[in-house]
Design a protein around this ligand. Structure first.
Ligand SMILES: C[S@@+](CC[C@H](N)C(=O)[O-])C[C@H]1O[C@@H](n2cnc3c(N)ncnc32)[C@H](O)[C@@H]1O
Length: 351
C-alpha cells in the first residue's frame, strides 16, 4: 500500500505536539510542587533571581524555564532575558482555587503513568483496578482539578438550575454528598448554605480522613460530617438533597446506588447527578474533551467500576441516555438535564 506522505507528515506533526505535551506534564508537576509558578507570578525574573526566590538550583531552573517558555506556559523576553507569567498563565498555574487552576489535572496524569503495570495486567485478565489501588496523586489531583469547577459553578449555576432546591438549602435542608472524595463539593455547599446540614460518604477511608480535615480547616465541621460508606448502602435517610459528583460512572452497581439514593431521599427530594460531559454516541465524543475523558476512563473509571460488585463499567463518557436508564431503573420517575458546562452534565432526578 502506498503511503500518503502528506497524511504521514500531518500525523507526525500531531505526534510531536503530543510528545511535547506528555514530556511537559512532568515539568508542570515538579514546578507546581516546588512553588515555581507561584513565585514567578510575584514578578518577572531572570534565572538567577528566580533561583534565589525559589531556593532552587539555577542550572536546572534555566532548563525548566526554557521548557515552560517553549510550551507557552511562561513568557520569555529575549531583550532582558527575563521570564514572566501573563495574567492568564498566572490564573491557570499559580492561583490555587481560581476557576481556571489546572496543575491538579497533571497529578491525575502522574497516577495514570504509575498505574501502567497494573493496567496492563488488568487488560489481560479483565480484573478491576479499584480507585483505592491508585497512587495518592490521583486523590489529590482529582480534588485540586475538580474543586475550581465546583467553586465556579455549583452554588452560582448548578443548584439554582434544580427545581426548588436553592430555597430549601437556604431555609435548612439535610444533604448527602455520596462518593464525596476529599469533600470539596460538600464544603463548598456547607459554606454557601449555613442553615443546612451535610454528610459526605465515600468508600475510600483516606479520602474521608482528608475531607474531615478540610471541613475543620474551613470551620464548617459543626454542620458537616464525613463517613466511610458505600453508595449502595450508606446510612441515614430523609435527605432533601442527595448529590453525586463525578462518581456514579465509577461505581460497580450504579443501579443499586440509584435505588439506595431513592430509598434515602424524601418523596419530594432531589438527586443531583454531575457527570462528565458526553454525547450518547462514540462518534460524537471524538474531540479534545472526549479524548481526555476516554483516556482517564481507560485507566481509572472503567477499571474502578469493574473492581466492584456488578461491574457495570459505564465509563466516563456514558452520556445522558445511559445515565437516564440507570436512574429510572433505580426507581426515579423524573429525569432531566438541568444544565451543563463543557466538562459536565448536570442532571436532576426526582422520585
Ligand atoms: C472521580 S472521584 C470524585 C470524588 C468527588 N466526588 C469529587 O468530585 O471530587 C470518584 C469517587 O467515587 C468514590 N467511589 C467509587 N465507588 C464508590 C462506591 N461504590 N461508593 C462510594 N464511593 C465510591 C471513589 O472513592 C472516589 O472518591
Amino acid at each position: 500500500m502506498a503511503i500518503d506522505e502528506t497524511k504521514l507528515n500531518a500525523f507526525m506533526g500531531r505526534f510531536v505536539g503530543d510528545l511535547g505535551a506528555v514530556m511537559h506534564a512532568a515539568t508542570v508537576v515538579v514546578g507546581d510542587q516546588l512553588g515555581l509558578y507561584k513565585r514567578l507570578a510575584e514578578g518577572p525574573a531572570d534565572v538567577e533571581t528566580l533561583a534565589k526566590r525559589t531556593e532552587t538550583d539555577p542550572r536546572y531552573l534555566r532548563e525548566w524555564l526554557s521548557a515552560q517558555a517553549a510550551s507557552g506556559y511562561v513568557e520569555y523576553d529575549p531583550k532582558t532575558e527575563r521570564f514572566s507569567l501573563s495574567e492568564e498563565q498566572a490564573l491557570a498555574l499559580a492561583q490555587e482555587g481560581s476557576p481556571a487552576f489546572i496543575p491538579g489535572a497533571f497529578q491525575i496524569a502522574v497516577a495514570q503513568f504509575k498505574a501502567i503495570p497494573k493496567m496492563a495486567q488488568a487488560m489481560r485478565t479483565g480484573l478491576g483496578l479499584g480507585w483505592h489501588e491508585h497512587d495518592a496523586s490521583l486523590f489529590h489531583g482529582t480534588e485540586r482539578f475538580f474543586r475550581p469547577g465546583y467553586a465556579a459553578n455549583l452554588v452560582s449555576a448548578w443548584i439554582p438550575a434544580l427545581e426548588g432546591v436553592e430555597a430549601r438549602l437556604k431555609a435548612g435542608a439535610s444533604v448527602a454528598d455520596v462518593g464525596c472524595g476529599h469533600g470539596a463539593s460538600t464544603v463548598i455547599m456547607a459554606q454557601a448554605y449555613p442553615e443546612s446540614t451535610f454528610v459526605g460518604f465515600d468508600y475510600h477511608a483516606p479520602s474521608i480522613e482528608h475531607a474531615r480535615a478540610a471541613a475543620r480547616a474551613a470551620g464548617v465541621d459543626d454542620r458537616v460530617r464525613f463517613e466511610v460508606a458505600r453508595a449502595q448502602d450508606y446510612p441515614g435517610g430523609g435527605y432533601d438533597l442527595v448529590a453525586v459528583f463525578d462518581c456514579l460512572h465509577d461505581m460497580g452497581d450504579p443501579v443499586g446506588a440509584a435505588a439506595h439514593v431513592r430509598s434515602t431521599l424524601k418523596d419530594d427530594g432531589t438527586w443531583l447527578i454531575v457527570e462528565p460531559y458526553a454525547q450518547d454516541r462514540l462518534e460524537d465524543n471524538l474531540n479534545p474533551v472526549g479524548r481526555v475523558f476516554y483516556s482517564a476512563s481507560t485507566f481509572i473509571c472503567t477499571p474502578a467500576s469493574r473492581s466492584q460488585e456488578v461491574g457495570a463499567c459505564l465509563g466516563a463518557q456514558a452520556g445522558e441516555q445511559r445515565l437516564r436508564d440507570v436512574v429510572t431503573k433505580g426507581g426515579f420517575r423524573h429525569f432531566r438535564r438541568a444544565t451543563e458546562t463543557p466538562f459536565n452534565l448536570v442532571l436532576e432526578a426526582r422520585p
